[in-house]
Design a binder for this molecule. Structure first.
Ligand SMILES: Cc1cc2nc3c(=O)[nH]c(=O)nc-3n(C[C@H](O)[C@H](O)[C@H](O)COP(=O)(O)OP(=O)(O)OC[C@H]3O[C@@H](n4cnc5c(N)ncnc54)[C@H](O)[C@@H]3O)c2cc1C
Length: 416
């Protein structure tokens, strides 16, 4: 008999919704907390840059019991994903479980040797504490902006220049007639560069350290899902727990796998014109790819070719008046600098003693299956991993976490 628990779910994005539904379904009493005024996380409109769309095809970016609407495109736009998440919350009665505009400020082990955690919550009424038997941390990988600055920024801003994090670029009208510099080379950097070029920016420069492999939505005319999301692709990478037979087969097929990746690189170089723009990554593609490999922003290489987007390899060193000075000594005139430099992974509200158990000295997180650390009882994570199908992996993690919380896993991890 599983004991009914009082469960807190922190975060109302894809992962928080999956966790709230999974715990509710098993009869637990769920309280969700979301610091913004709406559910959706990165898909919430005030946090999305214009024209954002999924990298995953719609049939892989949805919960298993709730397909995306048939009239959605293959790669839905941000507002469509947001509406979809709302429809999922409506379907499962999740809205009433979540308190909006409520930020978790701290999470401490309950006193007196009791199980569970005490959360300090801040909402419009001020701060209060509440005890929970179990906490699902679903705050995502995009909650804590990586804020950087460069010498001379204050003077640059004082003379009218604007510097912002990529997540604050929400108004395409703001770039009209402006000289825009985007720092970074992730998907958000190239998305914003294309968006600025299409919305009347006077000049767009993208400054990046190293070229990286990126996959177009269509590789040689084939939807990338038919190349990437298949077992024949997966077995080309070393997996965990291979049998002896598997290892022998891998050794035998190694030359074929090598040739396959060289073929893919050649195709990408030709299709995207990487050599022409000096954008051929140094690392072989099979070493570079991960679950966070970016998809090519439609229009990016076309923009580079047309001269609407100027790519420069390097980084920003400092500002001088209305100039951005780059590490290669180049000066770029700018009115607006958009820093697409990512986010910091962390659990800033977790008490220090617990954080010491969670994070190794070198910054690695100790989380079994990226979900739980038995040294930190009565808590776990959903959405702590990168994935090409985050909704599916969040749902999987959420269901695993409920069984972990209830002690119902066939192989219950322990700290013994
Ligand atoms: C532009 C963009 C495109 C993407 N496209 C894809 C894609 O195509 N496929 C894919 O698989 N993944 C994609 N991703 C990754 C995406 O992050 C995940 O798919 C998913 O949306 C993450 O959901 P999450 O709930 O884990 O995190 P989030 O969406 O970040 O939600 C976390 C929530 O926690 C809240 N929160 C944080 N701290 C606190 C606190 N202290 N108290 C209360 N609330 C708090 C935040 O406000 C936020 O609402 C994309 C990401 C971005 C940014």
């Amino acid at each position: 008999m599983v004991e009914k628990k009082k469960v807190a779910v922190i975060g109302g994005g894809v992962s928080g919704l999956a966790a709230a539904k999974a715990f509710k379904e098993k009869g637990h009493i769920v309280s969700g907390f979301e610091r913004s005024d709406d559910i959706g996380g990165v898909w919430e409109p005030s946090r999305s840059y214009p024209n954002v769309q999924t990298q995953s095809p719609k049939e892989l970016y949805c919960y298993t019991d709730h397909p995306m609407p048939a009239d959605y495109p293959e790669w839905p736009k941000g507002p469509q994903v947001h509406a979809y998440l709302h429809s999922y919350a409506d379907k499962h009665g999740l809205n009433e479980l979540f308190a909006m505009n409520t930020t978790i400020r701290s999470m401490d082990r309950r006193g007196g040797g009791a199980h569970g955690w005490t959360l300090t919550l801040e909402d419009t009424g001020g701060e209060r504490t509440e005890d929970f038997d179990f906490v699902a941390v679903c705050t995502g990988q995009f909650s804590d902006k990586n804020i950087i600055s460069h010498p001379g920024q204050e003077a640059f801003e004082a003379q009218g220049g604007k510097v912002m994090h990529s997540s604050d670029y929400t108004d395409p009208a703001s770039v009209a007639g402006k000289r825009v510099v985007v720092l970074g080379f992730s998907k958000s950097a190239t998305d914003i560069a294309v968006n600025a070029a299409n919305n009347g920016a006077k000049a767009v420069t993208i400054v990046y350290r190293e070229p990286v492999w990126r996959i177009p939505y269509f590789v040689g005319g084939i939807n990338f899902k038919h190349l990437l999301y298949m077992r024949a692709q997966e077995i080309q990478f070393n997996g965990w727990g291979s049998s002896t037979l598997g290892k022998v087969a891998r050794a035998l097929f190694k030359p074929l796998v090598w040739a396959n990746f060289r073929g893919l690189e050649t195709l990408l170089k030709l299709q995207l014109g990487l050599s022409k723009y000096g954008m051929v990554p140094k690392a072989p593609i099979e070493k570079d790819v991960s679950c966070s490999i970016p998809i090519v922003t439609p229009g990016f290489f076309e923009g580079v070719k047309a001269g609407a987007i100027a790519p420069i390899q390097g980084t920003i060193e400092r500002y001088d008046g209305d100039n951005v000075i780059l590490s290669n000594g180049e000066r770029v005139e700018a009115d607006m600098v958009i820093l697409a430099v990512g986010w910091k992974l962390g659990v800033p509200f977790l008490e220090q003693a617990a954080r010491d158990k969670l994070v190794e000295a070198d910054g690695q997180y100790r989380v079994y299956r990226l979900i739980a650390n038995p040294d930190l009882p009565d808590m776990g994570f959903v959405g702590f991993n990168s994935s090409f199908c985050t909704v599916l992996s969040a749902e999987l993690a959420a269901n695993w976490l409920v069984r972990y919380a209830d002690g119902m896993l066939a192989n219950q991890p322990s700290n013994a």
